[in-house]
Unconditional design. Sequence first.
Length: 552
Amino acid sequence: MKLLVKLYLLSLILAFNIQIKALAQSAPSLIINELMINPNNTASLPPFEYIEIFNNSTATIDLSEIILHINNNSQILPNYKIAPNQYILLCSQESLGQFSRYGNAVSLIRWSPLNNTSATIKLTQKDVLIDEVAYTDSWYNNTSKRNGGWSLERINPNWTCNINLNWSATNSLTGGSPGKPNTILNENFTPNIGITAYQIQRDQVYLTIDLNNSYFPDINTSSFTIIENVGKATKVEFWENKIVLTFPTQLDAQKLYTLKIENLRVCNLTIPPFDLNLFDQKEIKSGDILVNEILFNPKEGGVDFVELYNHTGFPINLQHFKLGNRSISSQFFLFEPGQYLAITTNKSSIIKHYPNAYADRILEIASLPPYTNQRGNVTLYSDQNLLLDSVYYTAEMHSKHLIDSKGISLERTSFDNLNWHSASTLIGGATPGYQNSTQQLSISQNKTYLNSKTFSPNNDGYEDELTINYELINPNYIIAVEIYNDKGQLVKKLAHQNLSGTNGSVTWDGVHDNGSPCPRGHYICFTQIFNHEGKTQKFKQPFVLINSLARH
């Protein structure tokens, strides 16, 4: 009987200890709230290290029951009672007098120095872990503040995960906030879980996370659903730092999926539902994306742009790709094969100055590298910092026929070489988001042609305009297009001394240069081109204007 009683009491003690540990993990009573680990060059705080403790409970706590651990050194804290929602500063004996003016402060018999780059600090009570911080100097999230003079502050005191996501450098101008609420305090803060990579293999998805799986108390209570007619994961497992999801059907690695993640718990917090784009990116090589067009000397009030071309047969996610040192997109952004994409800082300005621009193929970002008007270098890097393309440009690369190159882009004439030429002025001087006006054609001779031998500008919606098309071997031609009547009289100048590019078109609405509708009759379209070497070609195409609005 006595043995049974002893066993019963032992089970109660074990259950009580387990409960105590569970409570310590779910809602710590004392938390490590702020650390001054490198007090050099503090703005106005005492030039000493300190550890700020916060009573996050509803009861008064006697510190003499608490053991402080700094790396391998440990000591019992002094006899001091800390009330609920109160702060206390732990410091060295020599600095106690200076820290006392900030509120509750106690000195330790031995002060174990805090390493500037990394250390582990723990609070325990009767072998039960109350709180633990294993910091590194990367937690500052600020390269200048990590050099000293600024404290590290905890963001959410109710989140038991003491990892870099819940800490950052203070915003206090004095260098810290000892004895008072942290400057970055946010009790509603929930972290963005860093899924650093993912992979699709048949019916499984592997999510690589930047947190140890010990921070996820029960991954099986979470829900992972692919909404594109795939459904919910039937199996969820942890393999080291990977969440492995098994779905009821096989997945297409080159298809874009949306993974909905719900009820994901990290330590004691439930993360709000969020979506993740799944797309198994093929290996990217140099030349897979090309710099295709550059506007470095914009019109007055305009902005620069760089156009890219996906020179592969597969889509590419541009997330974390860079132009120079500027990120193209921090979010998932799919760049389709054979697609053009103009990147700028002001999309509306590009559309305003180039009405033919493809608005849905213009991406606005916060900033571009500085592309000067005389010369510069455009570099494109992948998310793995692989140089995909590099173009050195100068203003001298523009056509000699241009009097003013302001607002005129440089275009790549072929995807297979590094030849560049000024964009056609007939199309407005740039082609943001679509095929270049100077792209080389597979033709053996220059030609022009009409879309029809007749047209009827009577606003009936059928052949109301005459379209004159041209295709040229090289982009270095100047073009002039004129309309003459059957008496040989000039009635309309459609183009005069314009850079042609290699292909394009000019339209005529049947209106005379004087603004009046031209009468019915026979007309001649006269097109003339010439290049830098003085080579000239002339083309004449007859056509008939019928059903004119002109009075006879």
